[in-house]
Design a protein around this ligand. Structure first.
Ligand SMILES: [Zn+2]
Ligand SMILES: [Zn+2]
Length: 834
């Protein structure tokens, strides 16, 4: 766009043509003021209301992931929610009755740990009820904060559908799902080794173990006595107390003679039998390893395979529970130091060497996990692996590579899902036990929710043995047990009404790549077990956000940005553009301030173009397509059709960056640079009314279509501009129908219009090369071009002359060079006589 026009656009004053004064565009684009105004408008008009009784429209259901209320809505969350909102808004305009609920996954370790950290207490310092109350209160405060962030971002969820997993009305359904799964044989209780966080004193699932590289020390220890011994290297000498065997590789010649013998364990003195097993890595340490109950998953396998005893050397809070008073009660790390010193004193420590190891840590507190066996509840998920994989293959994954994540994860699981937790703030497990025969007693479904930690048992005595003493379960459920039934809960389960069938399975399951193996997996196994089908049809996966330093964004890296901070700086619509265009759907996306600024610049441009159009085209705007459209008009309308087609296809394929780039290109270049420059002369005094009407019609079409196409990504500015047009007053752009592109594109106008605009651009450059201002008059324009274009240029002579302010134009044939292949665009030679 020329400088002069840009200035004209920026300076044009617009009286708010034909619209309510409230909605007139201010001279300067102020995102904060503008956006809050429209959010209030949406709230007042209940624009995003979901109507369960509306049978005229098809439903589109989104199973929004309920976030942990941490109070902190980071840009990664914001990216996730932007994707959801793009789809929700697009689908609404496509005519769907969109079900976009928002819930909160309140229970569990994250909340408890946060309460412990905030108030500097441990869960057992207070009576449980008081601790739960603190959790509920803090959760409520955090929800309020995050809700505010979501609103600031312009998320269009229907808040009438809000739910909290800590509400009795919700967790009663979690309990109901437990009872149904128990009755159908998907659950069992047993004593099996599970991952355990000694800091949080609870079982955790395999999905909650995060592997981290840490430095350790390999200790070479002498086992046995003077007659018979073996050297073993281990990073965990504190587990000597739990050593129940020694393993060597069957082909390791140096140990052949010792296999089958019992060797004395240093310090603690128990006998450990030597076994040979293929799983031993003969290159690690000395090639002999100790089997402890339990050091790792291999120990768990060997203990079972070789029927080794179990020695529980660690308590649930990670302290040594041996009889030896020197070590009893020590934390694992302190015990290690003392045991190493003792080995040294006894001459049983041959050497040490540093080692880097990949160790499993708790996802919440980063404490190294232990493996501890105690009675737990499990869901039989390993039996379901094949079914999970089959379903995963049938579903739609965006991007497709994310499917393999789920399949690999399902196939890698060694253990069943441990669903009980030894915590407090969670859904109680709805069971009682007979203290005599240990049979399990479940309550009547009508009495849910129950809390066996304090409620009376559902029976007077054990139905099996008549024992009147029944004990309530004190363990609680894994929080994923709450959040993995959301899709069914949204649909109204257990009421399987007509609405249930229309909302379940959900059309869309949107979440981050990092939780495919938890969220998507748990949802799938729960739903397959409860309903026999997957709970979703399409999975929309977003990548992770990288900080400005190129590393993954993380609080500990100092590259962390809170979404509110960015939104307050550039506005929600600019932020949302970054979310759309920062990367292809599903891939990691870098956070860049200049991209947010670029988004804001685009909005300012669109704002100014609109003000220019409104100030210069006057009213009223013709509702019907005029018959005297010029080539540039037809070119603009055809380009608009092409844009509509591209953007629609991109939204259907969830390719938001393609959609946004097409819209921005059209607005910036086709509309502002090319079209406005070419028709500017029609807006001058003395213009012909019919010409003006054609221009008005085209500009109105272009701006209204751009608003509609942009509405899912930039909902605020689209609304503001849409309200400038008389036909749109009091109607939200978000209630509009998505523009449907015409079946056949007017390719001829696109091609010919482009040729004309190329010539105009070429001549303008020539003007500026000659030192002439763009607005100055010229006497004669001499244009040479290929023969086949001469006719077209002659036809559009008037547009060319007026746009370039030329008095006459001479057209000449460019000598054709038949040896050279023809260029797709025309070649011009332009001469100017001022
Ligand atoms: Zn932990
Ligand atoms: Zn009994």
């Amino acid at each position: 766009m020329s400088r002069s026009l840009t200035r004209e656009i920026e300076n044009s004053s617009h009286p708010g043509l034909g619209t309510g004064r409230d909605y007139a565009l201010d001279k300067n684009f102020d995102p904060a003021a503008e956006e809050s105004k429209w959010r209030e408008y949406w709230r007042q008009h209940d624009i995003y209301h979901f109507d369960p009784h509306d049978k005229s429209r098809k439903m589109y259901s989104i199973d929004t992931p309920p976030p942990y209320p941490s109070g902190d809505f980071h840009v990664g969350n914001a990216l996730n929610w932007c994707y959801i909102d793009f789809v929700a808004r697009y689908k609404r305009m496509k005519g769907f009755n969109v079900h976009f609920p928002q819930g909160w996954d309140c229970h569990g370790l994250p909340t408890e740990v946060r309460v412990e950290q905030t108030f500097k207490i441990r869960k057992n310092d207070l009576p449980p009820d008081q601790f739960v109350e603190m959790c509920r209160k803090l959760t409520g405060e955090y929800i309020a904060k995050m809700k505010q962030s979501m609103n600031l971002l312009g998320i269009s969820s229907d808040w009438a559908l809000e739910y909290k997993t800590m509400d009795p009305s919700y967790y009663k359904l979690t309990q109901l799902s437990f009872i149904e799964l128990f009755k159908s044989g998907h659950l069992y209780r047993g004593e099996h080794p599970v991952n355990w966080c000694p800091r949080d004193e609870t079982a955790i699932a395999e999905a909650e173990v995060v592997y981290q590289e840490r430095k350790g020390t390999l200790h070479y220890m002498r086992f046995g006595d003077a007659n018979e011994g073996i050297e073993i290297a281990s990073t965990r000498p504190e587990l000597l107390a739990a050593c129940v065997g020694i393993a060597v590789h069957p082909k390791d010649d140096k140990y052949k003679a010792i296999v089958g013998k019992a060797i004395t364990v240093p310090i603690f003195g128990q006998q450990a039998r030597v076994i040979s097993d293929d799983e031993v890595d003969p290159r690690y340490g000395t090639g002999a390893v100790m089997i402890c109950t339990f050091g790792d998953k291999t120990d768990v396998r060997w203990q079972k395979k070789y029927h080794l005893p179990i020695i529980k050397a660690l308590t649930e809070n990670g302290r040594l529970s041996v009889d030896d008073p020197r070590f009893k009660g020590l934390k694992a790390e302190e015990a290690r130091k003392k045991i190493v010193a003792e080995l040294q004193a006894r001459g049983q420590l041959n050497k040490t060497e540093p080692i880097t190891q990949n160790i499993g840590t708790c996802w919440r507190c980063q404490t190294p996990v232990e493996i501890i066996a105690r009675p737990q509840w499990f869901m039989k998920t390993r039996d379901m692996t094949q079914k999970v994989v089959e379903w995963a293959r049938k579903l739609d994954w965006i991007p497709p590579f994310s499917k393999q994540r789920l399949i690999d994860w399902a196939e890698s699981l060694d253990w069943d899902w441990v669903i009980s937790r030894q915590r407090i703030f969670a859904t109680p497990i709805p069971v009682w036990y007979c203290t005599k025969c240990e049979s399990t007693i479940i309550p009547d479904e009508k009495t849910l929710p129950v809390d066996p930690r304090k409620d009376k048992p559902p029976e007077e005595k054990c139905p099996k043995c008549g024992n009147p003493e029944l004990r309530g379960e004190t363990d609680v459920l894994d929080t994923w047990m709450d959040s993995s039934i959301t899709a069914a809960v949204h649909a109204g389960w257990p009421n399987k009404s007509d609405v249930f069938n229309r909302l379940f399975p959900a059309d869309l399951q949107p979440n981050g790549l990092d939780i495919v193996r938890t969220w998507d997996y748990y949802l799938l196994v729960r739903s397959l077990a409860l309903f026999g089908i997957a709970p979703y049809k399409t999975l929309l996966i977003n990548g992770m956000v990288k900080g400005t330093d190129g590393r993954m964004m993380h609080k500990s890296y100092g590259n962390y940005v809170v979404a509110d901070e960015a939104i307050k700086k550039v506005g929600a619509d600019a932020f949302r553009q970054w979310a759309a265009s920062g990367g292809s759907t599903g891939y990691d996306i870098p956070f860049r301030w200049n991209e947010l600024e670029h988004g804001k610049k685009f909005l300012t441009k669109l704002w100014n173009v609109t003000r220019f159009v409104l100030a210069n085209t006057g009213e009223p705007l013709p509702p019907k397509k005029p018959s005297n459209l010029s080539l540039v008009d037809r070119w603009l309308l055809a380009s608009l059709q092409k844009l509509t087609q591209e953007v629609s296809e991109a939204f259907e394929a969830f390719q938001f960056s393609t959609a946004l780039e097409a819209i921005r290109n059209f607005t910036w270049h086709a509309l502002a640079d090319d079209y406005l420059e070419a028709i500017k002369h029609r807006l001058q005094p003395g213009r012909e009314l019919s010409d003006l009407k054609a221009t008005q019609y085209c500009l109105r079409e272009a701006l209204m279509t751009v608003c509609k196409l942009l509405a899912p990504i930039c909902p605020h500015i689209s609304e503001a501009i849409y309200h400038q047009f008389p036909s749109a007053v009091n109607k939200s752009v978000h209630k509009e129908s998505w523009p449907e592109p015409e079946k056949a594109l007017d390719d001829t106008s696109i091609r010919n219009g482009k040729l004309l605009l190329d010539l105009i651009a070429h001549a303008r450059r020539e003007k500026s090369v000659r030192g002439l201002s763009l607005g100055s008059n010229i006497k004669r324009l001499i244009v040479s071009t290929e023969a086949e274009h001469l006719h077209l240029l002659k036809e559009n002579e008037e547009t060319i002359l007026r746009t370039l302010k030329a008095d006459t134009m001479d057209l000449e044939r460019l000598p054709s060079n038949s040896d050279q292949p023809k260029e797709p665009s025309a070649g011009f030679k332009v001469e100017i006589i001022a």
